[in-house]
Design a protein. Structure first.
Length: 235
């Protein structure tokens, strides 16, 4: 008898390989790695999200392709991976935030929202008839503190001071490990993210190809930067 091949274990997401791997989840991670880069940084003044958008055609309206989303007044999210999967998760996150607001008359805590998203993602790794989400999210916001979480297609959830997802993740994290400082101002954090994004992105960056959101500790409100303002920041 020949030992089962890898193909015997990757036809269903509910079947572990003999060495404890779920191949469909690993394939979903590969989808994230092919996505354009998104960066999140916690800084002295708050937290920022910066994401690169790949525009496949000059005929495409750039603002129709979102990479950074406002989830609630105090929380935003950036995605890398399958665009449709990202939209589905953002819709779920917005619904969770509104349910909490209606039930408790308060903004949902960032960690609670992030865990709800992680639990929802994990659900799609253990039941037949579904597939894992081929997307990762950076969830950033301000409640009692400044928070930045990263989701994984397995449903795992991690908190960071600075991180990246997408095709440039490894290169970006190498730069952030050298240059990130907790005392960075919000403007300095955005400048660092843009400088890093330029190094890992193919082609010239313009305001139409970058999404930026910032949430300050003072206002606790999401501010989405316009393309004209981003163009000025890019120089």
């Amino acid at each position: 008898m020949y030992p089962p091949s890898q193909a015997a274990y990757d036809r269903a997401i509910t079947v572990f390989s003999p060495d404890g791997r779920l191949f469909q989840v690993e394939y979903a991670r590969e989808a994230v790695k092919t996505g354009s880069t998104s960066i999140g940084i916690v800084c002295k003044g708050g937290v920022i999200l910066v994401a690169h958008k790949r525009i496949s055609s000059q005929l495409m309206v750039s603002h129709s392709h979102e990479k950074v989303f406002q989830v609630d007044s105090h929380v935003a999210a950036a995605s890398s991976g399958l665009v449709a999967d990202a939209r589905k998760l953002i819709d779920f996150a917005r619904l969770e935030a509104q349910r909490h607001r209606l039930m408790y008359n308060e903004e949902i805590p960032i960690e609670m929202l992030s865990k709800a998203i992680g639990d929802h993602i994990q659900f799609f790794t253990q039941y037949a008839g579904v597939r894992p989400y081929g997307v990762s999210l950076l969830i950033a916001g301000v409640d009692g503190g400044t928070r930045l979480f990263e989701t994984d297609p397995s449903g795992a959830l991690f908190e960071y001071n600075a991180t990246a997802i997408g095709s440039g993740k490894k290169a970006v994290e190498e730069i952030l490990e050298k240059e990130y400082k907790p005392e960075l101002s919000m403007d300095e954090a955005i400048a660092l993210a843009l400088k890093t994004l330029k190094k890992v992105s193919e082609g010239k960056l313009t305001g139409d190809l970058v999404d930026i959101a910032k949430i300050s500790n003072a206002s606790k409100k999401v501010e989405m930067l316009e393309s004209a303002a981003i163009t000025k920041l890019l120089g």
